[in-house]
Design a protein around this ligand. Structure first.
Ligand SMILES: [Zn+2]
Length: 444
């Protein structure tokens, strides 16, 4: 199993260094006698001192290198002399003062520990229909549902949840939680992810559910995107601009990119939807950390969670290789947009910005390791069970995916008409589309 192995390796490396006896063997004894003529006892004392000092220095160097939480003591540090005489206490981990509002501090993370799971609050939006499940992965779906529901019975996760799990027949590497205790995993994630990153993803999605994130965002979404009863003039206005732009730039299905006009409208859109984007990013940050707590309760160490997160990010990045950002389209580029793809193209150009960057997320998980550690329950049976039961569904394809563009599906390719490279884009998240078109659907 990828998770505990990493920790055990680090631990066994450290314990291997600790016994001084094994290090003594490596010091040559002969040179002392040749260059320092003195009595046998004196020589023995000096040898012991030198060996001890060498071993201590080596240990210190290895500990500093292996444990990122232990900062190197600077020579100029005025307190260094005092510290040498006392056993090193774990230094308090401080948060940078310039964190964005959607990234958690230590105090924020501590608050999320009690309670880890909130009482279920149903999403006030109309109940979403059940997702048709992909039959090809029914055994996987059934196992994951049962596994997560047993995890939800862990005492620390009270009052728990009764989760329904679906595997959607969608080739994108993604998963989501709705406001009704449902976790939807897309087929692409099962095909593309490995055991560790899939479990991390499920812990993240479960956290969205257990923190009632969908319900919490409804008032902000209502305010930003408007409702039929209370339309948002600012959002309406910028969507009208975007529609007018796309109509003007598209003739007989051929779109001509006007870089400056496009960028100005997209900038206005991002300003209008900023409160929603910030709230959404905050939910993502929370789900990463509550997900880490949840996984830790199942037996995933903070280090294993972080490495699974990084691996998941790599897999997703590989699946997006070649996808162009709208910002990277050159001015004047002409693209053939089939009529059936015009709405997707609209949302591709005029996108929201709902997730912190991978770098921000990795920094946060890494910085909050000490808080996650407090939820870590080593070696419960759940983690072994996960490893035993999901190997046939996960792992092998994840390895194949890295660097393999042929494995990438679910994207829309728009042909360039004047020799420009084709624009490739991921399909739009259908939930986002539904949210954004609550008042009106773009005309294009
Ligand atoms: Zn999320």
């Amino acid at each position: 199993m990828a998770f505990p192995l990493h920790d055990h390796l680090v631990q066994s490396l450290l314990t291997a260094v600790l016994p001084l006896s094994s290090l003594r063997m490596r010091f040559p004894a002969a040179p002392f006698r040749e260059f320092i003529p003195m009595g046998r006892d004196e020589m023995k004392k000096i040898k012991t001192m030198v060996l001890l000092l060498g071993a201590l220095l080596l240990q210190a160097a290895l500990l500093t290198a292996c444990d990122p939480r232990r900062p190197a003591v600077k020579k100029t540090d005025p307190d260094a002399a005092n510290r040498e005489d006392t056993p090193a206490a774990a230094p308090p981990v401080t948060d940078p003062s310039n964190l964005p509002p959607y990234i958690l501090t230590h105090a924020d993370a501590e608050k999320l520990r009690s309670p880890l799971v909130l009482a279920f609050v149903p999403d006030p939006l109309p109940k979403t229909p059940d997702v048709p499940s992909y039959q090809g992965l029914e055994a996987f779906r059934g196992f994951v549902q049962e596994f997560l529901n047993r995890a939800m019975l862990l005492p620390a996760l009270a009052p728990g949840r009764r989760l329904s799990v679906f595997v959607e027949d969608d080739p994108t590497i993604n998963a989501f939680a709705d406001g009704y205790q449902r976790i939807v995993v897309q087929r692409g994630a099962v095909e593309g992810m490995d055991q560790a990153s899939m479990l991390e993803l499920l812990c993240h999605e479960t956290a969205h559910s257990t923190r009632n994130h969908v319900a919490a965002q409804v008032p902000i979404a209502d305010q930003v995107f408007g409702t039929k009863a209370a339309p948002s003039a600012a959002y309406e206005s910028v969507m009208n601009e975007a529609n007018a732009y796309l109509n003007q730039q598209t003739v007989n299905g051929v779109y001509t990119h006007a870089k400056a006009s496009y960028a100005a409208i997209q900038q206005r859109l991002l300003a209008v939807v900023a409160p929603y984007n910030t709230a959404n990013k905050r939910s993502e940050s929370e789900a990463d950390i509550v997900g880490a707590f949840t996984c830790a309760q199942m037996g995933v160490s903070p280090a294993a969670y972080l490495s699974a997160f990084k691996r998941g990010s790599e897999i997703i990045a590989a699946s997006m290789a070649g996808v162009k950002s709208p910002e990277s389209i050159a001015d004047g580029t002409k693209l053939q947009v089939p009529p059936g793809e015009m709405e997707n193209f609209f949302y591709y150009l005029f996108y929201l910005d709902t997730h912190p960057t991978h770098e921000e997320r990795i920094e946060q998980i890494s910085r909050l390791t000490d808080v996650i550690q407090k939820e870590f329950k080593p070696s419960p049976p759940l983690i072994a069970e996960w490893k035993q039961n999901t190997g046939s569904f996960l792992d092998s394809s994840a390895i194949a995916l890295i660097g393999d563009e042929a494995a990438l599906t679910g994207r829309i390719v728009l042909q360039g008409l004047d020799g420009a490279p084709a624009v490739i884009m991921p399909p739009l998240d259908p939930r986002e589309k539904a949210l954004r078109s609550r008042i009106r659907t773009p005309q294009n």
